[in-house]
Design a protein around this ligand. Structure first.
Ligand code: NIG
Ligand code: FE
Length: 405
């Protein structure tokens, strides 16, 4: 068992008390800041954390590797819990169309949107897609993000979606253990024009493919776009029931353009997370508050599409567990920089500093089913993000500047 010691961080934000409060109702003090702090860990777990001057004698002068981290800041690992990073082509022209007055829904109805990226993705081979995926993961990792959830969903045929889930699986094996990938199956992202209804597409493509991939045991989660003109309440139920049969966690794109009670549906099915929630109202918020389903907010998407933001303050005040993710994708948020997005979102959402960091560490880890990380406390996994600055304040203050180590 190799033990390592990080000695003398300028600051460690442990989030210990946020962890004890299970990521809810957080005050600024729950950040658990330690100055001149050290961490003792082996490859599996954190063994000790505290001020450097208090390191227990047992760990010193035993020949353990000691790494001097003076002048740096340590946080629990940053987790991007919602991305769609496997896609071909881009939709720059759609961004311009929106600037010039068209809405996301208008563009989708005219054949743009997700179906546009479907063509761009179908034009690429499995090898091309893996290469692009690797480049994108490398960039995201360079910002200090160590766990990335990746959704399929731009193939939209049995064969191409099968390929995409395997591209994500390959990616996962290539980048581990430095980067953890969560493989999310989202063939229920849009209904291709060759199908008469979402029901028909579910029956012919999504459900049989989930059975095949379930058998292969390569999926971590399933997700679905529950929205008018995309997938219905019944489609969600059929997907979630099938996923349960395979013991796969469920997630949902909910209440993005309309309050279609997606948050309530998520809670009913014990989803890991309900994501977007721009239109969620009181009943959805109270369902989330009384559940373990994480509300994953995607502020970059509201900004990119010019939509009003989720009611984060009402959620937090009610005791909802809130995460923030990038939603990196070609159409509704072409930004892969989670720390930039969270820094911009914090004043819009009126977050305190602990709520901000907890939303992209502890609660984001819970949103992808990882309960053994997200805080720097004894017994949890030694997954950290380290920054080249002596103060945690500077990380979110310097919008868009990459301070990751
Ligand atoms: O999370 N809302 C559905 N899916 C993506 C958008 C994908 C796209 O426009 O390509 C999202 O915003
Ligand atoms: Fe999304």
């Amino acid at each position: 068992m190799t033990i390592k010691i990080f000695r003398n961080f300028s600051e460690i934000a442990t989030l210990a008390s946020a962890h004890h409060k299970n990521g809810r109702r957080l005050n600024p003090d729950d950040l658990g800041l330690i100055k001149n702090g050290s961490i003792v860990f082996d490859h599996e777990k954190i063994l000790w954390v505290g001020e450097d001057r208090n390191i227990p004698e047992d760990f010193l002068n035993k020949g353990h590797a000691e790494i001097d981290v003076t002048g740096k800041v340590c946080l629990p690992e940053i987790v991007d819990s919602h991305t769609h990073l496997v896609f071909g082509g881009d939709r720059a022209h759609e961004y311009t169309m929106r600037l010039n007055g068209a809405s996301y829904e208008d563009i989708a109805a005219a054949g743009g949107g997700i179906l546009n990226s479907m063509k761009g993705t179908q034009n690429l081979t499995r090898k091309d897609l893996l290469k692009l995926g690797q480049q994108r993961v490398k960039t995201i990792h360079s910002y200090g993000v160590g766990t990335i959830e990746v959704k399929s969903g731009y193939g939209l045929s049995f064969d191409k979606e099968y390929e995409l889930s395997h591209v994500i699986h390959d990616l996962k094996n290539i980048v581990r253990p430095e980067v953890q990938i969560i493989n999310t199956f989202m063939a229920a992202h849009a209904v291709p024009k060759s199908f008469n209804s979402s029901y028909e597409y579910m029956k012919e493509v999504v459900l049989p493919l989930l059975d095949k991939l379930g058998e292969e045991q390569i999926l971590d989660c399933v997700d679905i776009f529950h929205e008018e003109n995309y997938f219905s309440h019944d489609d969600v139920v059929s997907l979630f029931e099938r996923a349960k049969r395979w013991n796969i966690n469920v997630k949902i794109h909910a209440d993005e353009f309309n309050d279609n009670k997606g948050a309530i549906l998520a809670v009913k099915h014990e989803a890991l997370s309900a994501d977007h929630l721009l239109r969620t109202t009181e009943d959805g918020i109270s369902a989330l508050a009384n559940s373990n389903t994480v509300a994953t907010l995607l502020p970059g998407t509201g900004l990119f599409l010019g939509k009003s933001q989720a009611n984060a303050r009402a959620m937090l005040n009610s005791g909802v567990k809130v995460a923030i993710a990038s939603d990196f994708n070609p159409g509704s948020c072409h930004c892969d920089n989670l720390i930039l997005i969270a820094s911009i979102a914090a004043p819009i959402y009126e977050l305190n500093q602990t709520e901000l960091w907890c939303a992209i560490t502890l609660n984001a880890a819970h949103a992808v089913g990882l309960k053994n990380q997200g805080a720097i406390v004894e017994g949890l996994k030694p997954r950290f993000s380290v920054f080249n600055t002596d103060s945690i304040d500077r990380i979110t203050y310097n919008w868009g500047k990459n301070l990751a180590h």
